[in-house]
Design a binder for this molecule. Structure first.
Ligand SMILES: C[S@@+](CC[C@H](N)C(=O)[O-])C[C@H]1O[C@@H](n2cnc3c(N)ncnc32)[C@H](O)[C@@H]1O
Length: 234
């Protein structure tokens, strides 16, 4: 059985969408398989066995579920401010038993004690402003084991206003082509009203400043990018 730590936030923004969140993921993330699949590929590169994973902004456990497929003996700490989302995650990952811990906390709080072999995140860090992102990347790098990897599958801003507008327009068209209704798009717009995405170049610089090496964007499809960096082994 999984364990839960932390205190519930009764106002958590995402809990209002807990019943519909998973339903439209493949429609709203048109590159779903490559996006989550690349994050899992990065997380599992050269790793087997009892790997320790921290999932930041884990929500309903979508990313951890994919990671568990690539790292079948891993243990997971899932952190999120939204308790109802984490309850869904605990249900999703129930087959992993006591290898799963959920922590109700803010991304700005102290992180769970490391070391972790993998610090992963999907579609969550863009809820912090740029100072908050850089601070979180530095704290995440600090809880990584030497040789550990930080991987963030993220919704990013375009590096210029013109490219950013293309990112937004392409996303809407790709979602419609996959069958997104105007109602589904309106709900996504409401969820994204608080987003503060940063560009890939800006975030790669943040990862470098956090002390990570081999920092790179390993996948990008318009506004969806997977960025990664490794904590030096020595
Ligand atoms: C779009 S969901 C992504 C969930 C999951 N990682 C996935 O890929 O489906 C964003 C998640 O980040 C969480 N989140 C946003 N801001 C947060 C913060 N400041 N502290 C903790 N969690 C936060 C939300 O509660 C939500 O569950």
């Amino acid at each position: 059985m999984s364990t839960t730590e932390g205190t519930a936030d009764p106002q958590a923004w995402f809990d209002r969408w807990v019943d519909t969140y998973d339903t439209d993921r493949r429609v709203l993330i048109p590159c779903f398989d490559e996006f989550y699949g690349t994050a899992a590929e990065v997380a599992s590169l050269g790793r087997t066995g009892a790997v320790r994973v921290l999932d930041l902004g884990a929500g309903t456990g979508l990313l951890s579920g994919v990671l568990a497929g690539a790292l079948p003996d891993a243990s997971f700490v899932l952190l999120d401010e939204a308790p109802a989302m984490l309850e869904r995650a605990a249900e999703r990952l129930a087959p992993l038993g006591d290898r799963v811990t959920t922590v109700v906390a803010d991304l700005r709080d102290d992180l769970p004690e490391g070391p972790f072999d993998v610090v992963a995140s999907a579609l969550a860090i863009h809820h912090l402003d740029d100072a908050g992102k850089a601070d979180l990347y530095a704290r995440a790098a600090a809880v990584l084991a030497p040789g550990g990897v930080l991987v963030n599958a993220e919704q990013v801003a375009g590096p210029t206003p013109g490219i950013d507008q293309h990112f937004r327009d392409r996303w809407r068209e790709h979602c419609r082509a996959r069958g997104a209704t105007e109602e589904v798009l309106a709900a996504a717009d409401a969820r994204m009203a608080i987003d503060l995405p940063a560009s890939v170049p800006d975030q790669l610089e943040m990862l470098q400043r956090a002390g990570l090496a081999d920092v790179a964007c390993v996948f990008q499809s318009w506004r969806f990018a997977v960025i990664a960096g490794w904590r030096p082994a020595a």
